[in-house]
Write a protein that binds this ligand. Sequence first.
Ligand code: R5P
Length: 314
Amino acid sequence: MYAARKVFAGKASQGLAEATALHLGQPLGKADIMKFKNDNKFVQILESVRSCDVFVVQTSCPPVDENLMELLLMIDALKRASAGRITAVMPYYPYVRSDKKDQPRIPLSARLVADLVTTAGADRVITIELHAAQIGGFFSIPLDHLTTKSLFKEYLQSKHLTDPVVVATDAGGAKNALKFARSVGAPLAIMEKHRLGNTDKVEVTAFIGDVRGRQAIIYEDEISSGGTVAGAVEVLKAQGAAEVYVCATHGIFCGNAFETLAKCGVHEVITTDTVPHDPKSLPAFVTQLSVAPLLADAISRVHSGVSVSDLFSY
Ligand code: R5P
């Protein structure tokens, strides 16, 4: 038994953590986070956490390394303050795409992040829609890998699409896209994309499926530069798709992503608030759903020792 359940937030996830805490019916824990003039971060937990079940929410977004360091410092501070259990809630996992050694002499950054979080003192991790589920295996502590599929499904139901088809943009994402297709009762189409080196440029090399006259729903874990989606929309339109929607959990939207997406003629991009953006700064074709209820549900279940598997991404 823990003394209490407490939720703290790093600066990158202040808004999301506040919304999550609201769903849980409790205030956010108080912490002071600031930077000294010498660029060193300072973190102080401003209330007792002794023997508490503590959840610390910090997502990955620019400045990525600083936000990661802040999470590590918060975990360390909580550990040294005698928290009973510490769960790192990482809505968008840092360095998630660096999960394999597919070029010579490169690091396994996503694995290193797992080691850092564990060494800092986290007892568990909650994260959402990893680029590859195997990243869970980088941890030797429990990791709850949540899915946004039901969030997207519910939203799409409100659109009453007459003839939808779900599209995976590469073979790596096909398994996950198939699960989504099954959950919304739509067929699946698959393309194979090839990224040109480490650039934003992608080339679609193959396409299997029938999208003619249908509403194509590209199912993605994330949008970064928008290059993958723009390339996919072009192919889908050439294949005769009536409209193209995108469901992508993590909307990073870096560089000229909004321009790239606007130009490609996508009908609507549906994303979530795992990566923070002021809703007013988003173009009209982008819809942002909140993962706060999902996180609140997961936190509540983990705290009470109730199964979380209904919320899982397998
Ligand atoms: C990569 O395999 C991911 O699933 C996404 O397709 C990728 O991260 C999107 O990146 P971008 O928007 O820069 O093409």
